[in-house]
Structure formats: structure tokens, C-alpha cells
Ligand binder design. Structure first.
Ligand SMILES: NC(=O)c1ccc[n+]([C@@H]2O[C@H](COP(=O)([O-])OP(=O)(O)OC[C@H]3O[C@@H](n4cnc5c(N)ncnc54)[C@H](OP(=O)(O)O)[C@@H]3O)[C@@H](O)[C@H]2O)c1
Length: 247
């Protein structure tokens, strides 16, 4: 018997990168997985790749009505959630002088408000003893130039895990954070950089990483599976960053 047999998991931003790798691993280990994202076509393609135990619900985590639709659909199909991976986020970087209100609002709307309400609105469906994993970033503990708003949002995610762990203890719902470091996903193609600039950024990040390379989404997925299944880990921030922020 696989460790996630019969489990229902919801993964926001599950159509690409770390969310998609986690969905594939969860399905391999027996779970039914609901994946979300804003782009319906990408979601359909992901569900086609993931197979019969995956289910797509399109929606934007920063729009509360769309979160209601997501959980109404999960309720209709499954009636409960065992594991929630709040993973959807965007990355945008700007040094302080180039931070405009729309940059700030987009990052906080999706990465902070969207994540918070993804969790709040899941709670009526979450089973007692369930697991919530929040996707932060090692950027939350670094002072990388131009990462100010993104990193502050990710630090807020880490903070939520502390409070939620306390607030949800009566229901034995464990809340943990996974913090990837630089990881090979489509997120780098969305930064508005040329291919050459993305290549230079990857090389720079690999050089800064003690393990000498950037990570693979499957490596973060393994950490998410651990946090989803270990019954005595709560409130931690598990760094999957090749040692970048720990040495
Ligand atoms: N890759 C890295 O180096 C790295 C490092 C540290 C932390 N992380 C974190 O890891 C998580 C996953 O990122 P990734 O690298 O796998 O990037 P990715 O491949 O771009 O995946 C992000 C997913 O989130 C979805 N998404 C974005 N905004 C959304 C919204 N408002 N509502 C619903 N879905 C939304 C995207 O789909 P749509 O655009 O279709 O909505 C996409 O499927 C993020 O929390 C990111 O901050 C990544």
C-alpha cells in the first residue's frame, strides 16, 4: 500500500514546475490530486499528462470568489481535503527605486493574500489530522538586491505557518513551509529576461549554491511529500536550496 492511498490533495499552481512535480509524485504514491492555475489550457495539458487521478480547476488564488469555486468543486467531487499544498505564486524583481504600486500589489495579492485565503477557505473541508504545506522560498531569509517585495511576501508565508500551527492544533492539522532555493522551473521564463540573461542568472545562482547547481522540482516535491506524511513535524521551514541559506 502506498503512503497516500485514498488521500485527496489540492495543489494550487499545480500545472507547472514544483506544483506539477508534486502532483505527479502524490499521484504515484496513491493520492487523487486537484491542481489549479489561471491558464485553462496549461491546466488541461497538465491534467492530460498526470492522468486519471488528477483533476483541474481553473482559477486565480487572489480572487476570493474563484477560491470559493475551487473548494465547491472539490467538495462536490470528494467532500474533503487531506493535504493542501499552497504553492501558487509569481516572481517579479525590482530594486527599491523601481518598485511601483502595481508590482507591490501583484506580489502581495497573489503570494500573500492569495495564499492566506487558499488556506482559510480550505479549512471547512480539511480533515482533522490533515496536512498543509506552504511554499515560501529561501529568499525569505536572504537580502538579495531587487528581491525586496518578493522576499517580504515569502517571509509573511513563513510567519503564517507559525500562527496557523497554533490555531489549528486542536484539529491536529499540521502546517509546515517548504522553501526551495533556485529551482529549474518555468518561473525563470516569466521574468521578462532574454534567454541569455536567464542563463546568466542560473549560472550565478548555481555558483552561490554550496551544492554547485540549481535544484530540480522533483527534489522539492520529495520534501513536500515528507511534510505531508510525517506526523510529528509542525511549524518548520524546510529549506530545499542546496545549502545556500544554511552555510
Ligand atoms: N523556481 C524557483 O527557483 C523557486 C524558488 C523559490 C521558491 N519558489 C516557489 O515555488 C512555487 C512554485 O513556483 P515554480 O518555480 O514552480 O513556478 P511556476 O512553474 O511558474 O509555477 C507557478 C504556478 O503557479 C500558478 N499561479 C501563478 N499565479 C497564480 C494565481 N494568481 N492563481 C493561481 N495560480 C497561479 C501558475 O499558473 P498560471 O500562471 O496559469 O496561473 C503556475 O502553474 C512558488 O511559490 C515560488 O515562489 C520557486
Amino acid at each position: 500500500m502506498a503512503e497516500l492511498d485514498g488521500k485527496i490533495a489540492v495543489i494550487t499552481g499545480g500545472a507547472s514546475g514544483i506544483g506539477l512535480a508534486t502532483a505527479a509524485l502524490f499521484i504515484e504514491r496513491g493520492a487523487e490530486v486537484v491542481v489549479t492555475g489561471r491558464r485553462a489550457r496549461e491546466l488541461e495539458e497538465a491534467v492530460a499528462r498526470l492522468g486519471a487521478k488528477s483533476h483541474g480547476v481553473a482559477g486565480d488564488v487572489s480572487k476570493l470568489a474563484e477560491l470559493d469555486t475551487l473548494y465547491a468543486e472539490v467538495n462536490r467531487k470528494f467532500g474533503r481535503v487531506d493535504i493542501l499544498f499552497a504553492n501558487a505564486a509569481i516572481a517579479e524583481f525590482a530594486p527599491i527605486g523601481a518598485v511601483f504600486e502595481d508590482h507591490f500589489d501583484r506580489l502581495f495579492d497573489i503570494n500573500v493574500k492569495g495564499l492566506f485565503f487558499t488556506v482559510q477557505k480550505a479549512l471547512p473541508l480539511m480533515v482533522d489530522g490533515g496536512a498543509i504545506i506552504l511554499d515560501s522560498s529561501n529568499a525569505s531569509v536572504e537580502g538579495t538586491p531587487a528581491f525586496g517585495v518578493y522576499s517580504a511576501g515569502k517571509a509573511a508565508v513563513r510567519s503564517f505557518a507559525r500562527t496557523l500551527t497554533s490555531e489549528l492544533k486542536e484539529r491536529r492539522i499540521r502546517v509546515n513551509v517548504v522553501s526551495p532555493g533556485a529551482t529549474e522551473t518555468p518561473i525563470y521564463g516569466k521574468l521578462g529576461l532574454s534567454e541569455r540573461e536567464v542563463e546568466e542568472l542560473r549560472d550565478y545562482l548555481a555558483r552561490r549554491t554550496p551544492l554547485g547547481r540549481i535544484g530540480r522540482p522533483e527534489e522539492t516535491a520529495q520534501a513536500v511529500l515528507f511534510l505531508a506524511t510525517n506526523g510529528y513535524v509542525a511549524g518548520v521551514d524546510l529549506l530545499v536550496d542546496g545549502g545556500m541559506s544554511s552555510v
